[in-house]
Write a protein that binds this ligand. Structure first.
Ligand code: BV8
Ligand code: ZN
Length: 252
């Protein structure tokens, strides 16, 4: 059986399907990935800018980067990979955990998205003044004022995302961990180098899930998963989905 058909068979027979996505699922929409070619911005590495230290040293530079990314993402549309996952999200027992902060899964109509690293469209008070809501949504592009301010204390606002060196929201971590108790764990479009997100596929395997990877290139997860498909997510996910229409869902 070819690998695509094998992937479709596994997905069809899963009563609990968990999908983890990374920047690779948004690449076809024009959202720059972090580590692939095309890089992200000028000569900066995400690890240099997406940190509390960089923000403390130069909040304006960090906000110029986020404002630039927000402007790029605002011009992007969800692609076929997002559309397939949005449709699969209607299945009972389906969970999507995304590392992406671009909001394209939500715009594609995906339900119950677990935003593992937060959202570029949400802001929060950098000083944690408690006067404003924990986070607020703001889709203004470009932002009128850089760096944006907290409406309550007038101090600096920050993107409500998880930076390097910051912990994942404990409630989000619990939800993501619980989702690894599944029949099939599918990781799509991630270089599998950022932890603890990259630990989820190991946890799923440890809990007995069948693990599948779809990615343009090999990753450290490729040797761990039961089935690794190399290619663009915007082509492979629709191809698996088409086979699903013709694959009897064993036992479902
Ligand atoms: C934590 C939000 C501890 C912000 C992001 C040394 C020093 C300091 C820290 C560490 C260290 N070593 C390890 C760490 C831990 C660190 C880490 O893992 N670092 C890595 C770089 C080694 N992790 C952390 O710091 C985490 N926190 O550990 O806290 C702690 C614990 C308790 C209490 C206090 C502290 C927090 C990590 C979260 C960082 N935030 N983003 C923002 O986005 O601005 S991470 C960033 O990377 C994005 O979220 C992104 O999603 C994520 C992962 O990247 P990918 O999504 O995989 O994207 P990438 O470009 O890498 O790969 C894309 C893949 O797609 C490629 O493989 C490509 O081939 C493929 N592709 C391309 N096109 C396609 C495709 N595939 C299919 N189809 C296509 N068309
Ligand atoms: Zn405040």
């Amino acid at each position: 059986m070819d690998r695509l058909a094998e992937a479709a068979r596994r997905v069809a027979s899963a009563s609990r399907l968990t999908v983890l996505t990374g920047a690779g699922v948004s690449a076809a929409s024009g959202v720059p990935t972090f580590r692939g070619t095309g890089g992200l911005w000028r000569s900066y590495r995400p690890e240099d800018l997406a940190t509390p230290d960089a923000f403390r040293r130069n909040p304006r530079l960090v906000w110029e980067w986020y404002d630039w990314r927000r402007q790029v993402i605002a011009r992007c549309q969800p692609n076929a990979a997002h559309a397939v996952l949005a449709r699969w999200s209607r299945r009972p027992g389906f969970t999507l955990v995304t590392q992406n902060v671009d909001g394209l899964h939500e715009r594609a109509g995906t339900r119950h998205v677990i935003r593992f690293h937060g959202s570029i469209w949400d802001l929060r008070c950098a000083g944690g003044c408690g006067g404003a809501p924990p986070t607020w949504h703001d889709e203004t592009v470009p932002l009128a004022v850089l760096p944006p301010r907290c409406p309550a204390c007038g101090g600096l606002a920050r993107p409500a995302v998880v930076w390097f060196g910051e912990a994942i929201d404990p409630a989000v971590w619990e939800q993501a961990l619980a989702s690894t108790a599944c029949d099939v764990f599918l990781t799509v479009g991630t270089s599998a180098v950022v932890y603890p997100a990259a630990a989820l596929v190991h946890e799923a395997k440890h809990r007995g899930a069948a693990t599948v990877e779809i990615n343009l290139e090999g990753t450290p997860a490729s040797d761990v998963v039961d089935l690794a498909l190399q290619g663009p997510a915007e082509q492979l996910l629709p191809a698996v989905d088409r086979l699903l229409q013709t694959t009897p869902a064993a036992g479902r």
